[in-house]
Design a protein around this ligand. Sequence first.
Ligand code: BTN
Length: 280
Amino acid sequence: MTAVTRSQALTIEAVQAGLRTRAVGRPLHLLEEADSTNSVALALAAAGAADGTVVVAERQTAGRGRLGRVWFSPPGDNLYGSLILRRKVPREQLAAWLSWVPLASALALVHAVRDMTGLEPTVKWPNDVLIGTRKVAGVLCETASLGAEAPVVVGVGLNVNTPLERFPEDLQETATSLAAEARRSFDRAAILAELLNQLEAHLDRLAGSEASGLADEYRARCATLGRRVRVSLADGAVVTGLAESIGPDGALLVAPEGPLPSPGERRFMEVRAGDVVHLR
Ligand code: BTN
């Protein structure tokens, strides 16, 4: 049992009190309910909302996860938010930038959680945030169109004060919350403000001269590297092997198990999208 009390309602004033950003969270829309904050943010972006606009909801009725999954979004205890990015990225850098945005956002989550709780999260490639072996947060990036100036929405879900016993049956063994790990409840407004601060800092790093430092830090925080993994690919194929590295475009480089490739064949599979399971 974890001794947690119910969370205080979020207020814009309480979040803004902790904001140190130039653009992220300015403006900040706080909704009692949304189907999905990503859907609301995509609609706002289509209507011209500015870079940095953030939509947060107290609950989601159709929260989306990666790979078509549902994101558990009960009222009041957690954080569900989406950030609109409108960055002018040179066309030749666009593909790499798009694939690093979710990874940089996961790193921002790691920093915010560490600084606000003292817990030591890691990342499971590409952007699951873990405490130990359990998932505490995830990132879902979506865009309505492709192109150098198309807006990108970064959706973040962070389990803050949900006690373990309140997670649904199918998440009982794999999910966790900050409160369950630290055995105390947290002020969601302060955590959200720090998350927005860290998102701005890490997305700025990605666009500037520190991009390679960010990639190195991601690799250092990535619990997937050096592990035996099973990867389910979008086409239904399943690969088991050693997760050896992260490529310059954010792909997971996996050395598949089995006979060594013949000379001239590639030793790694470059995984750009897929579901990764850490094996023993
Ligand atoms: C994942 O599967 O790990 C990604 C989860 C992303 C969930 C967040 S909650 C806020 C935003 N709105 C959504 O519908 N999804 C994202």
